[in-house]
Design a protein. Structure first.
Length: 122
């Protein structure tokens, strides 16, 4: 008679739970609270002096589409209002990234329409 040999593998696999990228980003943003004034300066300077003028110029060269123009102004307004309301960096940094994404989307749509300098003539 043959012997039946049964073996059991008692190896346990433990998986470590990792927080999602979004929750890690929000906790990092919350940790930036001591640098709130630095973020205010970065956001207003980058948005007000670099990105919004580029987006408005792209919209004007693409034919002055009112919808794209308003999207650009709303994106600037998001950054401006959240910073001037002295909201937490947990709110201002993600909204800043959202407004940058909106402006980049507007620039991409304007590029897809094509630039024409004659559209700026009155």
């Amino acid at each position: 008679m043959k012997t039946i040999l049964v073996t059991h593998d008692n190896t346990h696999y433990y998986s470590q739970e990792r927080a999602s990228f979004f929750s890690r980003f929000l906790s990092w943003s919350n940790g930036q609270q001591p640098n709130r004034l630095l973020w205010l300066g970065i956001i207003l300077t980058f948005h007000g002096c670099i990105l919004t003028p580029l987006a408005v110029m792209a919209v004007l060269l693409a034919g002055t589409n009112f919808t794209l123009f308003m999207m650009t102004i709303v994106a600037m307004g998001i950054s401006l209002v959240t910073n001037l309301a002295a909201m937490s960096t947990r709110i201002t940094i993600p909204l800043f990234l959202l407004s940058v994404l909106i402006d980049l989307l507007v620039i991409g749509i304007a590029l897809a329409h094509g630039f024409d300098i004659t559209s700026t003539y009155v």
